[in-house]
Design a protein around this ligand. Structure first.
Ligand code: ADP
Ligand code: MG
Length: 293
């Protein structure tokens, strides 16, 4: 892969926000926080209290508008948590806070029992294995499927190292495994720009998987997908647990029904209800504000 190819791929990225986001997710070698490329070494995550993510009384406001109001949330290791709620409920803001993109006005946010996420930059948080998939796919369109995965694996070492580093046998095995998981084994040589929308989304999930994430956050992963792609995405996410913990924000209720364990319903920045899908679907308040009658 040449630097020309890489920059061509970058230029095709949709907009600046996604470009910065993917740079941060890949270890922060570009974007706003260029100074934070040194990977954080947290050792093993302390899961002794049975939670991989813990938010307590988190509040944030934008120009006086309270987007999150004393929100508390617990995610267990290996869990696949679904978060639903009307537009403007604060779901994306919640992900912004967990990943360090937005700082809360008050509250606590912990990764495992000991890592205070509010003390770390966005790039450091990504390098700890807390990875986020944005709504829009941000793959490098001019690069092949294989090269995208390869880049995701190497990028934390820095771009120069990425260009010269050769994959170890173990990394090569991991890449093959991820290609299979995201059902792109047969398309490994295709430029990512030629993939369908659904395949691009899977490739991006694959790029996150190359970084061996401990917790994956996915914001509306099946938006714009066909029914068949949606079904395959459900299978993919189910196959990732319990090795990985997942937090999935989605509006598509048939998709939620397919993957749900515990569902948290957010409304006006607060937790309105939480339980199994059947429990929250039967909740009068949830019916009122979100599901409709
Ligand atoms: P959801 O993802 O549940 O639809 P969001 O988290 O995107 O909701 O937004 C919650 C509220 O916070 C919305 O009213 C939105 O306009 C506001 N908001 C979110 N991010 C910002 C920001 N960076 N600046 C100003 N307002 C914001
Ligand atoms: Mg949103």
């Amino acid at each position: 892969m040449t630097p020309e190819l890489m920059s061509a791929g970058r230029e095709r990225l949709q907009d600046r926000r996604d470009r910065e986001a993917s740079a941060a997710a890949l270890g922060g070698s570009g974007g706003r926080r260029a100074g934070y490329s040194r990977p954080h070494q947290p050792g093993t995550l302390d899961l002794t209290h049975g939670r991989i993510l813990y938010l307590e009384d988190v509040s944030v406001s934008f120009d006086g508008f309270q987007a999150l109001k004393q929100l508390s949330l617990d995610i267990a290791p290996g869990e696949l948590r679904c978060i639903i709620g009307p537009n403007g409920a604060g779901k994306t803001t919640l992900m912004d806070i967990i990943t360090g993109k937005t700082r809360p006005d008050s509250g606590r946010v912990f990764f495992g029992s000991t890592i205070d996420l509010l003390r770390h930059s966005e790039a450091e948080i990504a390098s700890m294995g807390l990875c986020r998939k944005f709504q829009k796919p941000t793959v490098f369109e001019a690069l092949t499927v294989f090269e995208n995965l390869e880049l995701a694996l190497k990028a934390p070492r820095g771009v120069a190292a990425a260009l010269w580093h050769r994959l170890s046998g173990e990394q090569r095995d991991r890449l093959d495994e991820v290609l299979g998981l995201i059902q792109l084994s047969e398309h490994w040589q295709r430029p990512a720009g030629l993939l369908s929308h659904g395949q691009k989304q899977w490739l991006e999930i694959g790029m996150l998987l190359m970084q061996a994430p401990k917790l994956l956050l996915l914001d509306e992963p099946v938006a714009g997908m066909t029914d068949q792609e949606t079904e395959r995405t459900a299978e993919l996410l189910l196959s990732l647990t319990p090795q990985h913990s997942l937090v999935v924000v989605e509006h598509d209720m048939s998709f939620i029904a397919r993957i749900a364990q515990t569902v948290s319903v957010l409304c006006e920045g607060a937790l309105l209800a939480q339980g199994t899908l059947a429990q929250v679907q039967a909740d009068e308040r949830v019916i009122e504000v979100y599901l409709g009658r």
